[in-house]
Each structure stands twice: as C-alpha cells, then as structure tokens.
Ligand binder design. Structure first.
Ligand code: PGA
Length: 254
C-alpha cells in the first residue's frame, strides 16, 4: 500500500529562530490533535535549519527534508551542499526538480537525474517534482512535457530506487497563485504519471509510488484533492508556513 504524505516546502522563508518556533508549533498541534490517518509528515526548511529542526522533531514522527542538493558528494562547488551532508545534518528527504529550480536556476531533466542518483546513493528519499507551465497547458503540449520530465528525470533508476521515490505533480500555473488545478484535472495527470511508471517499472512499483499534488493546496481544497484515487497527498508551499493550516491539510485525508 502506498503512503499518504503531506510535505511542507518552506522555500526561502524563516530564519533559524523562526524555523524552530514554527516546528515547535507544528509539533505541538500534532501531539495534541493528530488523529492517526497514517499520513507521513515531512517539513523542508532551509539548509541552515535542517540540523536543528531534525533534533527538534525527534520522537514526533515528523521527517525533515532539504529543498535541493548538489550531485557530487564533495568538492570545489562554491555555495553548494551535497546529499551526504544533508544526511549528516539529519535530513531523510530531499526535493529535486522543483519548478523554481527549473525556472530560476536552469535545472533540466538530465541534471535532475544526476541529483536524484546522488540523493538515493546518500540514503535520502527523493520528492521529484514535475509539472507544466500555463503556456504548455494552454497549447496542450503538457502531456509530452510531463512524460519527458518523468522518463528523462527517472532515467537510469531501477525498481529498488523507486522504493525511495515520491513524485509531486505541481502545475507551475498553480504554484503560489491561489489557482489550484481542479481535483479532476489533477487526477487526470496523476493517473497519466502512474501509467508512465507502470510502463517503465511495472504495476507493482506504479501502485506503490506516492504521487503528491502541489500548487495552492489549502485546508479548504485539500479534502477534495486527496479524495482522488491517484492523489496520495500534497506538497505544500504557502500554507505550510502556518502550523494550523499545515495541520488541517494533514488531517484532510478521508
Ligand atoms: P504553494 O507552493 O502551495 O504556495 O502554491 C507549492 C510548491 O511550490 O511546492
């Protein structure tokens, strides 16, 4: 059975002290109010906060992820952080291929494939993001774009790698815009992605990989999205910065 997952992507928000305060708040509300729905909860703060937050969540079941990493383990790559270093700091997950990385840092499927391999080799679980721009959707080229993101982005991975792979479908036009894909629109793409995984890795893997939806998920639309057959949770940006909203999204599974 695949897992239900809610992951918070804090992006470039929160100082170390603010990150600690938000984590303490999230931890508190989960301790006091969480009704077990088997959802896995992941928070992805900035790299500066990973070590400290990993200690703060000990014993709570909350996992900590990074938002990016380099594909080498070490070396002369000024300003970069390796997957091995993230693991040493306490991270268990890493987001790879977020559309902001693709758009502002020119990361392409080939580079992302290397980052994924390095992350898996270091022992991380990868949250791999795919999704089309508004222009691609309007010109109906989004199916080909998503297919390339999946096939090129997962090139060279085997079935056992896929046990530590989570996919997030995040239409770029829905990120931070307040405009969500409808539950039907999202489900259609999730089913398409699962079908691609089936073709490439077989039915057992396709059934077991969690596919999250991301893009303006809020407490009031999470229930409808998470009720869809192929939507196994969410990657949450803006709403993950408020403990109450984030928690209400975690509770949105039926
Ligand atoms: P959003 O961001 O929830 O603020 O739209 C989602 C994301 O970028 O992962």
């Amino acid at each position: 059975m695949r897992k239900n997952i809610v992951a918070g992507n804090w992006k470039m928000h929160k100082t170390l002290t603010e990150s600690q305060a938000l984590t303490t708040e999230i931890r508190g509300v989960i301790r006091d109010e969480f009704r077990s729905n088997n959802a896995e909860i992941i928070i992805c703060p900035t790299n500066l906060a990973i070590a400290s937050i990993s200690k703060l969540v000990e014993g709570s079941g909350i996992k900590v992820g990074a938002q990016n990493c380099h594909f080498e383990t070490q070396g002369a790559f000024t300003g970069e952080v390796s997957a091995t270093m993230l693991v040493a700091a306490g991270a268990t997950h890493v987001i790879i291929g977020h559309s902001e990385r693709r758009q502002y840092f020119n990361e392409n499927n080939e580079l992302l494939s290397k980052k994924k391999k390095a992350s898996l080799a270091a022992g991380l679980t990868v949250l791999y993001c795919v999704g089309e721009t508004l222009q691609e959707r309007e010109s109906d080229t989004h199916w080909g774009i998503i297919e390339a993101q999946i096939t090129e982005g997962l090139a060279g991975l085997n079935s056992s790698d896929m046990e530590r792979m989570i996919i997030a479908y995040e239409p770029v036009w829905a990120i931070g815009t307040g405009k969500t894909a409808s539950a039907d629109q999202a489900q259609e793409v999730h089913a398409f992605i699962r079908n691609l995984l089936d073709t490439r890795f077989g039915a057992a893997i396709a059934e077991n990989v969690s596919i999250l939806y991301g893009g303006s998920v809020k407490p009031d639309n999470a229930k409808e999205l998470f009720a869809m057959k192929d939507i196994d949770g969410g990657l949450i940006g803006g709403a993950s910065l408020k403990a109450r909203d984030f928690f209400d999204i975690v509770q949105a599974f039926a």
